[in-house]
Design a protein around this ligand. Sequence first.
Ligand code: PEP
Ligand code: MN
Length: 333
Amino acid sequence: MLVVLKPGVSGEEIGNVRRQLAAMEVETHFIQGATQSVFALVGDTGKLNLAPVEANVSVAKIVRVQQPYQLASRAFHPEDTVVQIGHCKVGGGHKVVIAGPCSVESEEQMLHTASLVKDCGANMLRGGAYKPRSSPYSFQGMGEAGLKLLAKARESTGLPVVTEAMCIETFDLVEAYADLIQIGARNMQNFPLLKRAGKSTKPVLLKRGLSATLEELLMSAEYIIAGGNQNVILCERGIRSFDTYTRNTLDISLVPAVKAISHLPIIVDPSHASGKWSLVEPLAKAAIAAGSDGLIIEVHHNPAEALCDGAQSLKPEKFRKLMCSLKKLLAAV
Ligand code: PEP
Ligand code: MN
């Protein structure tokens, strides 16, 4: 339930409404927007007597949110959320390109790739140190040594880094190194992990689960926001369908659908969506044309030798070409 305040109410008037709500012993979250301020009431609000609040001269209206997600809904926060990661902004018209290898493999690879993607115009660097692999026999990531290499690459380029936190046990470590913490598709409904991310002071990149609905994605974002962390960026990375030609099926409709019902930024991962490097450029362009707030793209200096996801990784020259055509597209949209 949302208590929407009249535009231009004073701090004192906001305080009066806050006191009325506090007396009801219901959990409230306050968001101050550029044009209006809103209190969100979370939990069992059905039995509350809101008549005195409704009568308060500072209250414009009370909105009963039908959806199970409240804090992630646009009704709660009408303006686009802008997430700040170092010097990068994502959302509200700010676009980001995150690029780098699937996995951190060596110092040489990371430093080389970081300077390359920066030179091509990427705003952030990606690289997994803890990898969720389908096979226990596949490369599982370098762990803490990989996090240290990401920190080195950040130091040498100034690019903020995004890397995945796979479990509670290693969350603190990942949090200490990452500028943006990724929660991967396979963990989208790992609720203890989402709760931990909600306690983090670092922004979170939440990837859509392999067969998650839009509502399930937003409910997972709700866990993080309800925990106290409003800096959530959603990511469409393809979903399972009947077609096996591509690794997954990019659900481009998720981008405008999210924009309609949520204030959270959403970016697209054309690499995991397609599984094929040759499809990355057209899908990246489609994502931007559909209103995506950015892209996360896998780039490898030698995809044939990559320890993970080489088939979907762009070679440096292909990434450079993509960035050139994206610049033109961004200017057009
Ligand atoms: C990744 O970004 O490397 C990754 C494993 O992504 P997803 O969780 O979308 O599969
Ligand atoms: Mn990958």
